[in-house]
Structure formats: C-alpha cells, structure tokens
Design a protein. Structure first.
Length: 219
C-alpha cells in the first residue's frame, strides 16, 4: 500500500472509531435520560394507574408483512379496553398512520376496540399520528387534553412519556403486553436510535407534521 493510501486508510479508521464512540455515547445518554424522566409514570398494573380523562393509543399495523396478526396492535387495543372497563379513562383517542387509501391504523384500532366491548361514542380517531411526537402533541393541540394515559408497549411508553413531559403534558402510561422474545429483540434494536432522535427532535423544536381543526372530547 502506498504511503498516501496508508495514511488515508488510517484517517478513515480513526474517524470511524470516533463516530462509533459518539453514537454509543449518545445511545447511553439517551437511555439514562429516558429511564430517569419516565420513572414513576409507567405502569404495568392497572390498579396502580392514576385516573386521567383520556387514553392515547399509539398506532401500529394490524397485520405483519406476511399477513399474520400483529400482537403489538392487538395487545395495545386490549390494554386500552382494560383501562376503560376499569374506569381509569372516560375517552380513548386512537392515533396512527392513514397516509395511504389502503392503510388506516386509527380505524382498525377503533373497530378492534368496539369488538372488545368499548362503546364507539367514547373512541376518537387521530388520522395524523405519523410519529409518536405527532400523536402526543396533538392530544393537546387537537383534542384539548393535557392529561392522559399513553397505551403501548413499555419500550414505547417510556419514550412517549418523556416527549409528553417535555411539552408540558401530564402523561402516565399503561404497558400492553409485548409480542414474544424475537419481536422484542427487534424492537429493542429499533428503539435505541429512536431514543436518540427523541432528544434531537426536542433540541431542534420538531413539530407535528399536520395541525387541524380542534376536536372536542365529551367527558
């Protein structure tokens, strides 16, 4: 290897190590911050939850790419139904992606909740919940709710609670069951950069993609 190529290779190697070290430090910092800022606000037992006016169910696809049911979806829906039956909330907002004519997370969640015995009149749909940030912030901006219970899996709930607190919202969270060990590992890996991005979004003042007309929740 010629000297100039050798030097270039060494510089690239040093930069690669520096970038990797920075990424690991960012992940570690975000993990610590999320754990601290969500402490005491994320619950696995419904009886321990403080009651709030409304629940926010964070969207996900009803079916996996192969066509099988998505347990993340059904477990979130079931957890929201448990909250309502326990009298912890008076209304439920289902928030998710509706960006394509053939894909509608909020309506799918609404139908599944009705099938679980939740009255249709207490369910409200947010069709612009494209990201967790959008869903959380729109609870106040569109639905007028500054205090609510987030419903998702624990890894997601902790990030959502931190987002809510950063925007001055009083949020607790109720953990839905997961979807098995393999899916849990995949989600754990996806969640690491999502938590770093959470703090980047907060640092740069990221806003929801869409606004809209207010929707009054009857409580």
């Amino acid at each position: 290897m010629k000297p100039n190529r050798h030097n270039l290779f060494r510089r690239l190697l040093r930069w690669s190590f520096a970038v990797a070290a920075l990424a690991l430090a960012a992940i570690a910092a975000s993990e610590t911050a999320v754990a601290l800022l969500s402490r005491g606000r994320v619950f696995a037992a419904v009886e321990e939850l403080p009651a709030k006016p409304a629940a926010l169910v964070l969207g996900t696809s009803q079916y996996l790419s192969g066509g099988s049911p998505n347990l993340y979806f059904y477990n979130r829906v079931h957890a929201a139904a448990v909250l309502w039956r326990a009298g912890k909330v008076g209304a439920i907002v289902v928030s998710g992606d509706n960006s394509r004519p053939d894909y509608n997370e909020p309506d799918a969640m609404r139908e599944a909740l009705v099938a679980e015995g939740v009255p249709a009149e207490v369910i409200y749909t947010d069709y612009a919940g494209f990201r967790t940030l959008d869903s959380v912030v729109r609870m106040r901006e569109i639905f007028g709710q500054s205090a609510f219970i987030v419903v998702s899996q624990e890894f997601h709930n902790r990030r959502a609670v931190v987002l809510a607190r950063a925007h001055g919202l009083d949020a607790a969270a109720f953990n839905a069951e997961g979807a098995g060990r393999i899916n849990g590992i995949r989600m754990w890996l996806r969640e690491r950069p999502a938590r770093v991005k959470l703090f980047l979004d907060l640092a740069f003042g990221k806003k929801p993609r869409f606004s809209g007309e207010p929707i009054e929740i009857a409580l």
